[in-house]
Design a protein around this ligand. Structure first.
Ligand SMILES: [Mn+2]
Length: 351
């Protein structure tokens, strides 16, 4: 198992979270000048930031293409939290197309065939967590040097795949929280507040043990940090995703001071109409930041996820699908290409 791999040299097109939106992907590839086989006349390569699957109508179709391209060396991809869920057989409402094909889903989608299931898992097991080269770093959610140093120090032969590694970290954390009595306190809190924690009208109280369990479960697991981001305990619980939360996401890019630029996905950017059409999707972590500008103290971090994942919901509500876009960042041109054909030039990183 290789967690860190070398990013291909030369011109690349880094594609944001596809989330099963095959139609958007095909449109974007045409805009970028790739043919149906994933080839580009100028020898460019595709690089996917992860979260190829879930929510959208055709994760199977997206995977069948991307698997072929990655396996033949024409494209690269890093693992996202949604791929990790599939590898861990972690059933979620948006991944029933793979984890429980017989259950009704609020995300109608092509379901994986039994024949394809193992090939998909085999493919996902080959994906690294990060791709790097001299001038660029690619990660799904978060570049965190502490987490990545811990991962790089591991003997790569010691774990069969990244899911096994994630589970080992998780088991270690739970053992520790159990031995110190935190787990028992957390269970008591969850029992006492079971109804209130999912009641939007509750004036929330801070639940200390629950906060510690959630915080350590995330930050003590370098695989989780890399694929779903840094978190911190918040004394002011906030409402998101149907429940009150004691931990909050950290805008890690505000503290990124390494020289090498990072391109990532995972956090949904709002651009144009999306700012108005995505009110139910939680707080906008990039509020106040120009959608086509590098971020961070060194102006060298860029999120290329323009919320294509919202289309699965917008389609259902007869919403404007352009509120969520599928987008690519072209390197070294530093131009963002959206799947509706709009292209916007960025400065060079660091400028
Ligand atoms: Mn993600």
């Amino acid at each position: 198992m290789k967690l860190v791999e070398r990013l291909v040299e030369g011109p690349i097109d880094v594609i944001g979270d596809v989330h099963g939106e095959l139609e958007g992907l095909e449109k974007l590839l045409v805009e970028l000048g790739y043919n149906k086989e994933g080839n580009h006349p100028a020898g460019r390569h595709l690089v996917f930031v992860g979260d190829l699957v879930d929510r959208g109508p055709d994760s199977v179709g997206v995977l069948s293409r991307v698997m072929k391209w990655v396996n033949s060396g024409m494209a690269q991809a890093v693992l996202g939290n949604h791929e990790l869920n599939l590898l861990r057989d972690d059933e979620k409402p948006d991944n029933l197309w793979f984890t429980a094909t017989d259950k009704p889903s609020k995300y109608p989608a092509n379901t994986v065939s039994e024949a394809d299931r193992e090939a998909v898992l085999q493919f996902l097991r080959t994906l690294p967590l990060v791709l790097t080269r001299g001038d660029l770093r690619i990660v799904h959610a978060c570049w965190n040097n502490t987490a990545l140093n811990a991962l790089e120090a591991l003997d790569e032969e010691s774990y069969a795949d990244v899911a096994e590694l994630y589970n080992a970290y998780e088991a270690q954390i739970i053992t520790n929280l159990t031995d110190t009595g935190v787990m028992t306190k957390c269970a008591a809190e969850e029992q006492e507040y079971a109804e209130r924690i999912t009641d939007p009208d509750w004036t929330p109280e801070f639940l200390a043990a629950k906060a510690e369990v959630d915080f350590r479960g995330q930050m003590g697991n370098p695989v989780a940090v890399t694929t779903s981001g840094e978190e911190r305990v918040t004394l002011e619980p906030f409402w998101a995703g149907g429940k009150w939360r004691m931990v909050d996401r950290v805008k890690w890019w505000e503290n990124y001071t390494d020289e090498t630029p990072v391109i990532f996905g995972h956090y949904w950017r709002r651009f144009g109409k999306a700012a108005d059409d995505l009110p139910g999707f939680g707080p906008d972590l990039f509020a106040g930041i120009d959608a086509h500008h590098w971020m961070g103290p060194c102006n060298n971090v860029y999120c290329i996820d323009f919320s294509a994942g919202a289309r699965a919901v917008l389609r259902d509500k007869d919403g404007d699908l352009n509120a969520g876009r599928l987008s690519a960042l072209r390197v070294p041109e530093y131009e963002v290409m959206h799947d509706d054909g709009e292209r916007i030039k960025l400065l060079s990183p660091g400028d």
